[in-house]
Design a protein around this ligand. Sequence first.
Ligand code: NAD
Length: 259
Amino acid sequence: MTMFDDLKGKKILVTGSTAGIGLEAAKLLAGAGAKVAIHGSRSPEAAQSVLEQFTSDGEVAYFQADVCSSAECKDLVEAAADYLGGIDVLVNNAGGLGGRNGLESIDDDFFDKVVDLNIRSVVMVTKYAIPFLRRSAEESGETSSVISTGSIAAREGGGPGASLYGGSKAMVHNLHRNWVKEFTKDNIRFNTVAPGTIDTAFHEDKDQGTRDKISGTIAMGRFGTSEEVASAYVYLASHAMSGYVTGQVLDVNGGQMCP
Ligand code: NAD
């Protein structure tokens, strides 16, 4: 088996994989032969068109859950593990801006929405996945892997009205550093992919002028694509490729600088 066959038959849950970065990561993982649980908030009927995009050898099935709810996070992990026959790799990608509000406009509802979507989701999905990841490592003698989607906003603070979003992603980065201390004895690795500015629905509220201004802050002079981020997840999922890599933040941002 070469390094590049390493993901064949691996059992992988990717949250937030009906669109954007998560969808492209799931496609690449399935294309590498993994069995992938696809997840999102849309109905199974509405997800049919997503599943039709998977033409590779890997197997996929769709699971609906609102990851803002701890109970739904638990049900999602259990349903996915049931389908996959365990979990070797967890990708915590579901997340988002949740809207924009300057500090003086932040109320409890907005606070809960952004924090639940970006932090509760990662904490609870990971919590319920740990027994499966631990078992995967025990049985295979290899590491299992958790990969979460952080953000350039975690380092530079986030755009206008995105303080809670940027702060939530900073917490995601830091949670992983703690979990490395708690779970390395169980052979579970934790890494974060921190995208820069990637052309997805995330930026649909921006006009061309704003997009051009942002592009000017990126060394490569343009937004990235979801496909360009997806391979980072494949690398971090694979024990053969990244078995000695844990506690890292992998920036995929075309040279977009942050302080
Ligand atoms: P996207 O909107 O295309 O994808 C978001 C995914 O999350 C979708 O699959 C959606 O179904 C899912 N999701 C959102 N809310 C959910 C909920 N409550 N319950 C279940 N699923 C939910 O956006 P994207 O840009 O691909 O974002 C993916 C991740 O990347 C997010 O965590 C986002 O914060 C992060 N990110 C994006 C960028 C960027 O520039 N696009 C930059 C840094 C980080």
